[in-house]
Design a binder for this molecule. Structure first.
Ligand SMILES: Cc1cc2nc3c(=O)[nH]c(=O)nc-3n(C[C@H](O)[C@H](O)[C@H](O)COP(=O)(O)OP(=O)(O)OC[C@H]3O[C@@H](n4cnc5c(N)ncnc54)[C@H](O)[C@@H]3O)c2cc1C
Length: 401
C-alpha cells in the first residue's frame, strides 16, 4: 500500500482519489475551503457532464494519438458505469448528458459522498506551493505545512475561471518537475472586434455558419447559434472556435471570422433573392428580408451595403446587389481580442500530452507523478467534453495506481 496525494479537488481529482483509494492510503489536498466549486457552475448550473459522441474530433490537443487512447470506447464505458454506480443518472438532450435532476450540485454531492464512504482524508485550504521530488518520494509543501508521499496525482485544473480555485498554479508545479507547458490561452470564450456597428446589433441571437480564418487560411467552421454583442461575438459557435483564435492572436497572427447568416440556403443568395423578387415583385428589401433576419441585424447589413430598407431589389445597382449578397453569405469581421480567463470556461494549451502515458496518465518525465484534467493540453468543445475528459483521465490515473 502506497501513500498517494491528490492535489486539487475538482472533477478530475475527486474521481482520481476515489479510484486510487481502492488499494492505497489517499490524501486529497484542496486549496479552497470546498471541493468541486467549478462543477457547480457547469452547464448553467445543470452540469453537462458527458456526450454521446466523445471523439477526438471534438477536442483540441497537441497529441491526438495520445488523446485517442485516453478516451477509448472501453475507457468511456468503464468511466460512465462508474458514474452511474455512484448515482449519476443521465438525462440526454441532443447528445448532451445532464444529471436527471438537472442540478450540477447532484454531481458534486455524489462524488463527495463517495469520497466520504471511501474514508479519503481531505485537507482543505491546503494550497500547494512546491513539490520536491527526491529518490524515493515527494515532499508536498504549502505555506504552512508539508506532506511526504510515494505518488502524486496533479489535478489542479487550468487558469480558466480562477475564482473557483484553478489559478494556474499547477503549471508551475508541473514545470518544476520537468514538464513542458504549451502556450495557455482562454477558450470557450467570447471574441472581440473594434467595429462601430456592434452597438447596433448588440443583443441579436441568430443561427449561422461561422468560419475562422488564421492568416487568411480557413481553419475551422461551426454551424449553430451566434450571439452578436456590443464588443463582438459570443455563443456556442464562437466558443468552439475561440481557443484557436486566442492562441493565434497571442502568436500575432491575423484572425478573421466569416459569418454566413443564411446557411440553410442551397443556392447563392443573389439567385434566391432574384427568384423571390419575381414571385413577389415590387417588394422592398425590408419586406424581402422580413422573417429571415432580426431587424437589428438587417439594418446593419443594409447600411454596410449602402441600401435603404425601402429600396426595391430590381432597382438596385448590380454592385449593391452583389455587396448585400456577400454580406449575407460571408460577413467578414476582424478579431482583435477576447474576453479573459475570468470569462472563459476552459483554457487551451497546457502540459504537453505527449509527455503522458495514455494508459496510466503517469508522467513520462517524472515517475510516480500522474497528471489529469484540464491542466493538460486538452480542451473540448461545448457539450460535456471537458468534464468527460476530466473524469476519464482522473479515473485512469487512480485505477492504474
Ligand atoms: C462557467 C463554466 C461552465 C462550464 N460548463 C461545462 C459543461 O457544461 N460541461 C463540461 O464538460 N465542462 C464545462 N466546463 C469546464 C469544466 O468545468 C472543466 O473542464 C473541469 O471542471 C476541469 O476539471 P479539473 O478537475 O481538471 O479542474 P478544476 O475543476 O478546475 O479543479 C481544480 C481544483 O484544484 C484546486 N487547486 C488548484 N491549484 C491548487 C493548488 N496549488 N493546491 C491545491 N489545490 C489547488 C482548485 O481549487 C480546484 O478545486 C465549464 C467551466 C466553466 C468555468
Amino acid at each position: 500500500m502506497s501513500k498517494v496525494v491528490v492535489i486539487g479537488g475538482g472533477a478530475s481529482g475527486l474521481v482520481a482519489a476515489i479510484q486510487a483509494s481502492h488499494h492505497h492510503e489517499v490524501i486529497l489536498l484542496e486549496g479552497n475551503d470546498k471541493c468541486g466549486k467549478k462543477i457547480l457552475l457547469t452547464g448553467n448550473g445543470k452540469c453537462n457532464y458527458w456526450n454521446q459522441d466523445i471523439h477526438i474530433r471534438n477536442y483540441y490537443t497537441d497529441s491526438l494519438e495520445t488523446l485517442d487512447n485516453i478516451i477509448s470506447k472501453d475507457n468511456q464505458t468503464e468511466v460512465f458505469s462508474f458514474l452511474e454506480s455512484i448515482g449519476v443518472y443521465p438525462k440526454i438532450k441532443n447528445n448532451y448528458y445532464y444529471p436527471y435532476s438537472n442540478q450540477a450540485t447532484s454531481v458534486r454531492t455524489l462524488l463527495l459522498a463517495e469520497i466520504e464512504r471511501k474514508h479519503i482524508k481531505v485537507i482543505y485550504d491546503f494550497k500547494v506551493e512546491h513539490i520536491i521530488k527526491n529518490n524515493t518520494n515527494f515532499i508536498i509543501q504549502s505555506n504552512r505545512d508539508e506532506i511526504i508521499c510515494d505518488k502524486v496525482i496533479l489535478a489542479t485544473g487550468s487558469k480558466a475561471c480562477p475564482k473557483t480555485g484553478s489559478d494556474g498554479s499547477g503549471y508551475d508545479l508541473a514545470l518544476s518537475l520537468g514538464h513542458t507547458i504549451n502556450l495557455v490561452t482562454p477558450s470557450l470564450t467570447p471574441l472581440k472586434g473594434e467595429e462601430d456597428y456592434f452597438k447596433e446589433w448588440n443583443g441579436v441571437r441568430c443561427d449561422g455558419k461561422l468560419s475562422l480564418f488564421i492568416d487568411n487560411e480557413k481553419v475551422s467552421e461551426e454551424i449553430g447559434e451566434i450571439q452578436l454583442t456590443d464588443y463582438g461575438i459570443s455563443g456556442i459557435c464562437t466558443f468552439n472556435i475561440s481557443g484557436l483564435a486566442t492562441k493565434s492572436l497571442e502568436q500575432k497572427k491575423k484572425v478573421t471570422v466569416n459569418i454566413h447568416f443564411l446557411p440553410f440556403l442551397t443556392i447563392p443568395f443573389y439567385d434566391w433573392f432574384t427568384m423571390r423578387n419575381e414571385t413577389i415583385p415590387n417588394h422592398t428589401i425590408e419586406e424581402l428580408l422580413e422573417s429571415l433576419l432580426p431587424y437589428k441585424l438587417m439594418f446593419v447589413l443594409l447600411e454596410k451595403a449602402g441600401i435603404h430598407r425601402k429600396d426595391e431589389w430590381k432597382l438596385l445597382s448590380e454592385s449593391k446587389k452583389r455587396k448585400l449578397s456577400n454580406l449575407l453569405e460571408a460577413f467578414e469581421l476582424e478579431i482583435t481580442g477576447y474576453l479573459s480567463f475570468d470569462r472563459a470556461q476552459v483554457a487551451t494549451g497546457g502540459i504537453s500530452l505527449s509527455e503522458i502515458n495514455p494508459n496510466t496518465m503517469e508522467s513520462l518525465i517524472t515517475p510516480n507523478l500522474y497528471l489529469v484534467g484540464e491542466l493538460l493540453d486538452v480542451d473540448g468543445k461545448c457539450g460535456g467534453f471537458n468534464l468527460a475528459f476530466a473524469f476519464i483521465s482522473g479515473y485512469l490515473a487512480g485505477r492504474s495506481i
